[in-house]
Design a protein around this ligand. Structure first.
Ligand code: ARG
Length: 268
């Protein structure tokens, strides 16, 4: 009997240790009884949608993804791949099965990837120092503008000032773009409103402000992104719809944004 107890303790230790293994930025969910675990990629430098907190990827997208995967009964692992590598991986469809990263559904991307139904409405916003004279997007002409490479922020600025413009500085992620603004490398950062607002709210000491410009920036909608032709898309769409209809989406939205989502805009 004593031997059994010792064995049980050793076994429990083993299980506990195995649970601690692996890269700290990868997260698994044990929900679902399908055996195949799908790999979801993200760029976890985009608070409040996805960011690292005490070694874990957290955020609105992460909570929504978890709710959708539970609803769809699919096991998954969330990986912090970074932004550009995520697009490359989803294009060859080998390392990653799905991208969840505040990704805007746009016509250009639709040529190469499939998207879920929209799950979040967004728009570009300008982030500048508190004492900046900039009032709208056109005031950025001739100023150094920081964007995250390969984002709709970059596209929006290029649309206004031309793709060849030397004043557009492209960064690997949005956090480093904002660092450069603080260091005076760029005079403004153009990024998604949710991210710009979150940064200003969480860092009052940095003395930044946000500027809206609905004349020069158009509404965007986020979707989950898949390799073209992925059979995940219909399953995820169905589950996402259920999560929205059940009120679970509203609950997650309220947790992260402290207000009610506009579901009419989303579902139209
Ligand atoms: N919504 C923008 C886009 O699709 C920016 C998304 C950036 N997301 C991120 N996790 N860095 O281009």
């Amino acid at each position: 009997m004593k031997k059994m107890a010792v064995f049980a303790v050793i076994l429990a230790l083993f299980v506990a240790l195995a649970g601690c293994g692996g890269k700290s930025s990868d997260q698994s969910s044990e929900s679902g009884d399908n055996n195949k675990k799908i790999i979801v990629g993200t760029d976890a430098a985009f608070a409040p949608f996805e960011y690292m907190d005490k070694g874990k990827i957290v955020g609105f997208d992460v909570d929504l993804l978890d709710a959708v995967m539970k609803e769809a009964d699919i096991k998954y692992e969330l990986k912090n791949t970074g932004w550009d590598p995520l697009f490359a991986a989803l294009q060859n469809g080998k390392e990653v099965d799905m991208g969840v990263s505040g990704i805007t559904i746009d016509d250009k991307r639709k040529q190469t990837y499939d998207f879920s139904i929209p799950y979040f409405e967004s728009i570009q916003m300008i982030l500048v120092k508190e004492n900046s004279p900039v009032k709208n997007a056109l005031d950025l002409k001739g100023k150094m503008i920081g964007v995250q490479n390969g984002t709709t922020g970059q596209a929006a600025v290029e649309k206004l000032f031309g793709a060849e413009n030397k004043n557009i500085k492209k960064f690997e992620n949005t956090v480093v773009a904002i660092m450069d603004l603080l260091n005076g490398g760029v005079e403004a950062v153009v990024t998604d409103n949710g991210v710009a607002n979150e940064y200003v709210k969480n860092n009052p000491d940095k003395k930044l402000k946000t500027i809206e410009d609905p004349t020069n920036f158009q509404p965007e909608f986020y979707g989950f992104m898949f390799p073209k032709g992925s059979d995940l898309k219909p399953k995820i769409d169905e589950a996402l719809k259920k999560v929205i209809d059940s009120g679970k989406y509203t609950e997650i939205y309220q947790k992260w944004f402290g207000k009610e989502p506009n579901l009419d805009n989303l579902l139209k």
